[in-house]
Design a protein around this ligand. Structure first.
Ligand code: 5GP
Length: 342
């Protein structure tokens, strides 16, 4: 619907390789016909669901399609332009630096290629401000996490403000946050902002409690934090006292089956508390969605008025990792659009 597409939006939780559109996957598949890629291998269609494990298998397929410099450049450029076309005015992309021996890809080249895509889009005057979060895949353990933090720090200092923070993601059933704490602490101390996937699955209460002590600057998902789903009041209190915004991805959680249906999504709990919630896509390609659709789903599921939807998108500005001057620019942009509509 036009209202949602025209609504200016902020996207704060988007994994690069999960955001690849079907059109881009087709371009990539043509370059690598031997992989025999079918649609169901890279995207979960309407009404379909997978277990979280199966979702992680999808990323492995996409990583095979995207393993060289020019493919990363293509994917990042396409994804940025698609978000812009959907009315996203500010985007924080996140991605895990990968090394691929057979294509000569290094982690440095990986990061630099994404930064290049951001700069190219800026040069072409695509109407979107894009920043980058360097991601740690928890599966790779403490040593890689520490290396990643060093890499992120280096680019934070040299990228003209494009690298703003760090993400912790990857299969939540693998590894323990306590091993990653020193790396995350170091990141925080050097000025990187932290967005951590927390309590994405049940049974992470102890880890979540530990990582909340940092505290992180934003939380990804936080599906099982609250007592109604086996979390605890203590965890909720910590999140509320530290005023840590939540990045909430409705379709991702429903299709990945950590939430039984849209109306049971924890958006309801946190929104009713008046806690800062930011609607995000997570993986718009894999979950066949876009940010306009996610806002529309939130509105229809929880009976939000257009005014409430507008406020929701505007308040996301307060949660971005870029500096205050950027927040001011965005607030102005929202005000300009609002005066045009009314
Ligand atoms: P990339 O970092 O390669 O650009 O994007 C894909 C990666 O993002 C996955 O391999 C995984 O580490 C992470 N990721 C994407 N979606 C999710 C999600 O829903 N939950 C978690 N924990 N990690 C995710």
């Amino acid at each position: 619907e036009d209202f949602y597409r025209q609504l200016p939006k902020v996207e704060l939780h988007a994994h690069l390789n999960g955001s690849v559109s079907f059109q881009t996957i087709e371009k990539l598949s043509r370059r690598k016909p031997h992989l025999n890629i079918e649609r169901s291998m890279t995207a979960i269609g309407k009404g379909q669901r997978r277990s979280l494990d199966e979702c992680f298998e999808v990323f492995k397929v996409i990583h095979q399609l995207v393993d060289a410099e020019e493919e990363i450049l293509m994917v990042a450029t396409d994804v940025i332009k698609e978000f812009a076309a959907d009315g996203v005015k500010y985007l924080e992309l996140r991605s895990t630096p990968r090394e691929e021996k057979n294509t000569g890809l290094t982690k440095r080249l990986y990061v630099e290629t994404i930064l290049k895509a951001i700069q190219q889009c800026k040069k072409e005057e695509v109407d979107i401000d894009v920043r980058f979060l360097v991601a740690i895949d928890r599966r790779n353990g403490a040593e890689v996490a520490m290396e990643t933090v060093k890499l992120a720090e280096e680019y934070m200092l040299s990228s003209d403000g494009l690298v703003v923070g760090l993400d912790l993601s990857g299969d939540p059933t693998v590894g323990h946050g306590k091993d990653l704490l020193p790396a995350l602490q170091k990141a925080k101390n050097c000025g990187l902002k932290l967005s951590l996937h927390l309590s994405e699955v049940p049974s992470q209460l102890e880890e979540t409690d530990l990582l909340l002590s940092l505290p992180p600057d934003r939380i990804g998902h936080g599906t099982f934090l609250h007592p109604e789903v086996g979390g605890s009041q203590n965890l909720v209190d910590k999140v509320v006292q530290n005023n840590i915004p939540l990045e909430l991805c409705l379709t991702s959680n429903v299709k990945g089956q950590t939430v039984p249906c849209y109306s049971n999504h924890h958006f309801k709990y946190w929104y009713q508390l008046g806690h800062p919630c930011v609607i995000c896509t997570d993986d718009k390609g894999v979950f066949s969605t876009d940010l306009s659709q996610e806002y529309q789903l939130a509105a229809s599921t929880f009976s939000l008025s257009r005014e409430a939807v507008w406020t929701l998108s505007q308040q996301a500005i307060d949660c971005i990792f870029a500096p205050d001057a950027v927040k001011q620019q965005l607030r102005q942009k929202w005000a300009d659009v609002q005066s045009q509509v009314s």
